[in-house]
Structure formats: C-alpha cells, structure tokens
Design a protein around this ligand. Structure first.
Ligand SMILES: Cc1cc2nc3c(=O)[nH]c(=O)nc-3n(C[C@H](O)[C@H](O)[C@H](O)COP(=O)(O)OP(=O)(O)OC[C@H]3O[C@@H](n4cnc5c(N)ncnc54)[C@H](O)[C@@H]3O)c2cc1C
Length: 362
C-alpha cells in the first residue's frame, strides 16, 4: 500500500485482517498527523500489533509490474532515511490522496473560478459568485467526506428555497474505519498549541467502560479538549470500539457551542436509572444545573448516581451549588455510560475550581 492516510489504513487494515501480509509505505515522517497525537500513537501501536508493517518516511519513486500471468509481481523502489530501498509484492494499492475532478468541467467564460488545486471556488454558502451556480462536495474546499457533501447539498437546496442553510466545517467529524476505529471532531492538541489557544483535556479509557470490557474491546480512550477559560468544547478525539457512533456527541455539543459541562448534559446515554421507566432515556444533570429535566428526581433510594437529581441529598460534600458537581468527578465519570461523556467529566479535575460554569466569552 502506498499512503498511510485514511484510505490506506482502512484498506490495509481490512486486507491484514483477511490474512494478507500488508506493508504500508508513507512518505511523511509522522504517523496520522491529522489526528490528535495521543490517538495517532495508540493507533500506530495497535495497527502494528495487528500485523501492519508501516514504514514512515518512505518515499516511493518507482513501481513496475514484472513477470507474466500468475507470476506477475510489482517491484517498488523507495527511499527512506537509510537510502534506496526495494520491495517486491503481489499487489500494489495506491492511496496517495484525491483531487477535485474539475479538469475540462467548465467552458471558458462561465465566470466560475478554480483555485490552484483545481477546486471550484465558493463562499461560505457554496455559491460560486455566478448567478444560479453552486458547488458542493469533494470539488470544493473543506474535508473530502461524504457526510460533508450531503450537508452542503442540503444547505444549498435550503438556500435556493429561500430558507436558512449553513454548513459548519468546524464540526464535520472524521472517522477512520480501522480496528480499533478512530474518530474525531474539532481541533487537536497540536493545533491548539500552534494557535496559542489555552486548553485543558480530560481522557477516559474504554478499559473502564463496562460495555467495552464485555465486548472484549477495552483498548482505546475518549479525550475531550475544552477551552481553559470558557470551558467550551474544542475537540473530541476517540479511538476504540464503535467510536464512529460516539463522535456525534462532540459534534452536537460543539454545534451548540457547548461546554465540557454541557457534553454530558446534552448527550443522551442509553442506560436508564434503576426503577425508572426504561422507555425514557436517562438525562444527565448536575446539582448546580438549572436546566429543566422532564425526568424528575429518581425515586429509588438505591440510586447512587452522583448525577441523579435525587443524589445531592446523599452527598457528603458541600451543599449543592456552583462547583458541587466537581466534587466527585471520577465517580461521575464512572457513572457515565459513554466514554466521551466520562472524558468530559474528567476535564474538571479540580474539585474546588471556583470558576462559574457556562461562561462562553466567544
Ligand atoms: C476508497 C474511499 C473510501 C472512502 N471512505 C469514506 C468514508 O468512509 N466516509 C466518508 O465520509 N467519505 C469517504 N470517502 C469519500 C467520499 O467517497 C467522498 O467524499 C464523496 O463521495 C464525495 O461526494 P461527491 O458527490 O462530491 O463526489 P463523488 O461521489 O465523487 O461523485 C461525483 C460524481 O460526478 C461524476 N462526474 C465527474 N465529472 C463529471 C462530469 N464532467 N460530468 C458528469 N458527471 C461527472 C463522477 O463520475 C461521480 O459519479 C471515501 C473515498 C474513497 C475513494
């Protein structure tokens, strides 16, 4: 495989699990630089454990088919830190990236602009600047992802119909369908450091999530990154079982400019409180939350959830009020049914943090 990007890793991981010996040659020196560094580190470890031979800093210069019929092979030449290298393989898959297929698409004089990468130039609302001409999907700026294209298509249809339509490129989630899965939304720690944005993080391992352990898939973690001053969620980074389905918790929170405190509050876990109707999902609330909850307090004395509206009377800490929910961050985290929620709770590591919550300076 040439290219250890998303597609190279997905196909490489699939072929490896089907029994093939897979070598991935990647020109860049870093593994998965687009992902959060901690996620990329664990992904590299797990994929190597799976048997993928990932060679970084390996720039392919030539690939040639040799032999005939069943004896056909591909001879590859590449250079790495040690100099010229060669490799002979049965099959070669090339996954070095994609580009907009815009060559010859537009007649001269349409007024629609292409940029230096061949992408159709559009504004924030996918309009090309030419009356009645819009462009969406892989041929315009932004991540080349199917759900981003869908969103843009819907937004444009709404705009044409005179309705408000908008796509927030900052909350488009990324998923890599390897084993374990990788998913994220928002900024990575590297990006925030480079941009000088103050942040704090909270992580939670799948090894402490009952369902992951029961599934025998304890590898991985959820990591929430929040603004150090406003608590606003800036990123959710996941590696582990089914994380492609958990990343939406971060998308939703970020779409509503939510805080790390909101992430567990707004997400809806599936585990109900004991003795509560199972048809009603459990709503996470903290003692200081003033949000209305239609669940009402839990009547079960046996309910030991710190987050249960009935729980404050069992707390042995300071009376409920600002900051009280922070008194039991880890216990709350353990009660959370999803790792992203638990990681969001873990962001609040300082029980006596006096800051009022939910201040969104942005
Ligand atoms: C191997 C692989 C795996 C992927 N996995 C994922 C994934 O897991 N999740 C995800 O979100 N995205 C994934 N993607 C990306 C996803 O497929 C694209 O982002 C998505 O298909 C883009 O949609 P689109 O409509 O913009 O372009 P396309 O789906 O490429 O559709 C464009 C269509 O326009 C046609 N066309 C081109 N030029 C002309 C012309 N001049 N006249 C008429 N028709 C033309 C093409 O034939 C094509 O059918 C993957 C891509 C690849 C290659």
């Amino acid at each position: 495989m040439i290219g250890a990007g998303v597609i190279g890793l997905e196909l490489g991981s699939v072929w490896r699990r089907l029994g093939a010996e897979v070598t991935i040659l990647e020109a860049l020196p870093d593994f998965l630089p687009a992902a959060d560094a901690e996620v990329a580190k664990l992904a590299a470890r797990e994929l190597k454990k799976e048997g993928l031979d990932i060679r970084l800093g390996a720039k392919v210069s030539k690939a040639e088919v040799t032999g005939k019929g069943k004896k056909k092979e591909v001879a590859i030449a590449y250079t790495d830190a040690s100099g010229e290298q060669s490799l002979v393989v049965d099959k070669l898959l090339v996954a070095v990236g994609r580009r907009a297929a815009s060559k010859g698409l537009l007649a001269d004089g349409t007024g629609v602009q292409l940029n230096e990468r061949g992408q159709v130039v559009v504004d924030d609302h996918c309009h090309t600047g030419v009356d009645g001409v819009w462009a969406v999907g892989d041929c315009v700026r932004g991540p080349m992802l199917a759900h981003k294209g869908f969103e843009e298509g819907i937004a444009v249809a709404e705009l044409i119909a005179g309705l408000p339509g908008h796509v927030n490129l900052d909350t488009i989630p990324y998923v890599i369908y390897t084993a374990p899965e990788i998913a994220w939304v928002g900024k990575t720690e590297q990006q925030l450091k480079a941009e000088g944005i103050p942040y704090k993080t909270g992580s939670f391992p799948f090894a402490a999530v009952g369902r992951a352990v029961a599934m025998a898939e304890p590898v991985g973690f959820a990591k929430v990154i929040a603004h150090a001053e406003t608590d606003r969620v800036l990123g959710l980074h996941l590696i582990g079982p089914n994380v492609s389905e958990l990343v939406h918790e971060g998308v939703l929170t970020m779409e509503f400019s939510g805080s790390a405190d909101d992430l567990p509050a707004s997400a809806t876990p599936t585990r109900p409180c004991p003795k509560r109707s199972t048809t009603r999902p459990w709503r996470w609330t903290s003692a200081r939350s003033t949000r209305p909850t239609d669940d009402g307090p839990c009547a079960a004395d046996s309910c030991r959830r710190a987050a249960c509206p009935a729980a404050p009377r069992r707390w042995h800490g300071p009376p409920p009020g600002p900051g009280t929910a922070r008194a039991f961050p880890f216990r709350e985290a353990l009660n959370a049914t999803s790792a992203p929620m638990a990681a969001a709770v873990a962001v609040r590591r300082h029980p006596r943090d006096p800051r009022p919550a939910h201040v969104h300076h942005d």
